[in-house]
Every structure is written in C-alpha cells, then in structure tokens.
Design a protein around this ligand. Structure first.
Ligand code: CP
Ligand code: NVA
Length: 314
C-alpha cells in the first residue's frame, strides 16, 4: 500500500493500533523509513496542531513539535495548567472548540476515554501520545528500530520484561499481534497483562501468525531478537513504587538476563525515561546492545509519517 496515494489515512485518528490493519501499519512504517532519509520541507505549512498534556513528556512532546514545526506547521503546547480541559469545561466542549481552530490534536494523559472523546467531538484527527492504556506512537518507533537491525520481523520474537500490564506493553502486544511478530511478556504473575487485552491479541495473532506468550520464567527469553523494558511504576502510579520494586527486582534487565536469549545479536530497547539501576542496569543501557537513542530519534520520524498521512500532507 502506498500511503501517498491511499485515501485510507486522510482524517484518521490514532487512538490505538487496534483501529488499523496490518497493511496500514506496514505502510506507515515504510513512510517512516522514507521520512527519516529526507530533508526538511514545508509540508505542514499553514497547519496547526494542539498538543494537550496532562502528564509530563520529553520525547513525545519534542517529537511532535519538531516533526510538525520543521515542515512549516505551528504546534501549540497546552498543559492542563493552561487550559480548561475537564476542569471548568467538559472534554466534549474543549474538543469542539479546538476542532474549530486546529487541524489536529495530540493528547497525553490518564484516561483512554479522554482521547476517544476528543476524537468523537473535535472533527479533526486526534493522536494518542500516551494514556494509562496505550502508547501507540511509541510502538511504531519500536518496530521501526527493530527492523533497522533485523529487517522484517516475521518469525522473530520481541520480549517485554517488567510491568506487563502497562501502556507500553499493551501497545507492543497489539502491534506485534497485528504484524505477525512473536511477542512474549515476562513478568511476575501479579503483573501479567489483563485478560481482555490478551484475548483481543490472541484473536489477532490467530490471523497474523504471531505467537503471544506470557510467563514468569526468564527462560522464555531464549531466541528473542529484542528485549524491552519500561519503568516499574508508570506516571500516575507513584504510590506503587515500593511494591513494584519488591515484585520486579528479580526481573532487572542486565547482561546476565540478556544472555538468556542465547543470541549475541539481541538488542535492548526502552521507551525512556529509564531509571538506571532499577529496570535496567547502567552497563546494559550504555553498552553495545542498547538501541535506545535510535529508538528515541525514531519517535520523530514515525510521528511525522503519521501526521503526513492523516493530515493529507504528502
Ligand atoms: N517514551 C516517551 O513517551 O517519552 P516521554 O514520556 O518523554 O514523552
Ligand atoms: N509506562 C510509562 C511510559 C513512559 C513513556 C509511563 O506511562 O509512565
């Protein structure tokens, strides 16, 4: 599928990859690769993008701002300290007003229902820049980074080690299930992915050929081309830090754990920010297997591709 001539993307929101077909995700990956090799242009000239943040961000905010701005677009950063979202004004009304002024809206915050409401009422494409449930733009950059190292991933296995219920693990499970990439979560049973998302992904993988596995046993890492981890307590879960440290300390990703893949070419991924010494050892994230800086850079290229396709700017 060629994104530049496909009418399928125009005006679409990205709330979760569940709403996109494997073919559409593949086309966006191809466009991301192309965008990474291009020089800056003016493809967003005259366009505006509202960037709504209830939670902090470095990469997502900067990726949206630079991807949009360097192509001539005008991004406007709005934290909940600045606007009325959900406080003095309903999300529905905020969505309707922003939709009259902006070509698109990015939202990062707590509830998935907020990003869904923004999409329903604004009339413009809405992009999920992370909620408690999903982090779809991150997952696209992760697959791009893996494929830069291994080529097409069909038949390969990505293994997520850590809090298997969090937004990043969930989005990776969805995108891998869609694309036919094997996906393993290794975590203590208390942090196994929720039944509902697992059942959804198992149904998807039956069609794509992906193998989804959930286990508490690090022996499951054998053969994985990528080991991925994330913070033990996500934004909004600060009160759970001690409990998570107790549960997840045996699952720190370090050289010893990486060796369990039995491969010398396995790469390490992390969405960042990382707490070195907790979910990942300092020597691993700084060492030769780490691809976390490429992964962070790819946030910008993938977000630019998503914006170009959905705002019909190709
Ligand atoms: N990975 C990621 O989303 O980073 P930020 O929280 O800095 O945006
Ligand atoms: N799971 C993490 C991801 C940060 C990019 C969080 O939600 O805080």
């Amino acid at each position: 599928m060629d994104v530049s001539v496909s009418p399928l993307f125009k005006g679409r929101s990205l709330l979760t990859w569940l709403d996109y077909t494997a073919e559409e995700i593949r086309a966006l990956l191809e466009l991301s690769k192309q965008v990474k090799g291009e020089h800056k242009g003016g493809r967003f000239t005259g366009k505006t993008l509202a960037l709504l943040f209830e939670k902090r961000s470095t990469r997502t905010r900067c990726a949206f701002e630079t991807a949009f701005g360097e192509e001539g677009g005008h991004p406007v950063f709005l934290s909940t300290g600045d606007i009325q979202l959900g406080a003095k004004e309903s999300i529905e009304d905020t969505a309707r007003v922003l939709g009259r002024m902006f070509n698109g809206i990015q939202f990062r915050g707590f509830k998935q229902s907020t990003v869904e409401t923004l999409a329903r009422y604004s009339g413009v494409p809405v992009y999920n820049g992370l909620t408690d449930d999903f982090h779809p733009t991150q997952a696209l950059a992760d697959i791009m980074t893996l494929e830069e190292n291994f080529g097409p991933l069909r038949g390969e296995t990505l293994c997520f080690v850590g809090d298997g219920r969090n937004n990043v693990a969930r989005s990776l499970m969805v995108i891998c299930s869609k694309l036919g990439i094997n996906f393993t979560v290794v975590s203590p049973p208390a942090l196994f992915p929720r039944r509902d998302i697992l059942e959804t992904c198992e149904a998807l993988s039956a069609g794509s050929g992906a193998r989804i596995r959930i286990s508490a046993d690090t022996a499951e890492l054998r053969g994985a081309c990528g080991i991925y981890t994330d913070v033990w307590a996500s934004m909004g879960e600060e009160d759970k830090k001690a409990e998570r440290r107790a549960l997840l300390s045996p699952y720190q990703v370090n050289s010893e754990l990486m060796a369990k893949t039995g491969r010398s070419d396995t790469i390490f991924l992390h969405c960042l920010p990382a707490i070195k010494g907790e979910e990942v050892s300092p020597e691993l994230i700084e060492g030769p297997a780490s691809r976390v800086w490429d992964e962070a850079e790819n946030r910008k290229h993938t977000i630019k591709a998503i914006l170009l396709a959905t705002l019909d700017c190709l």
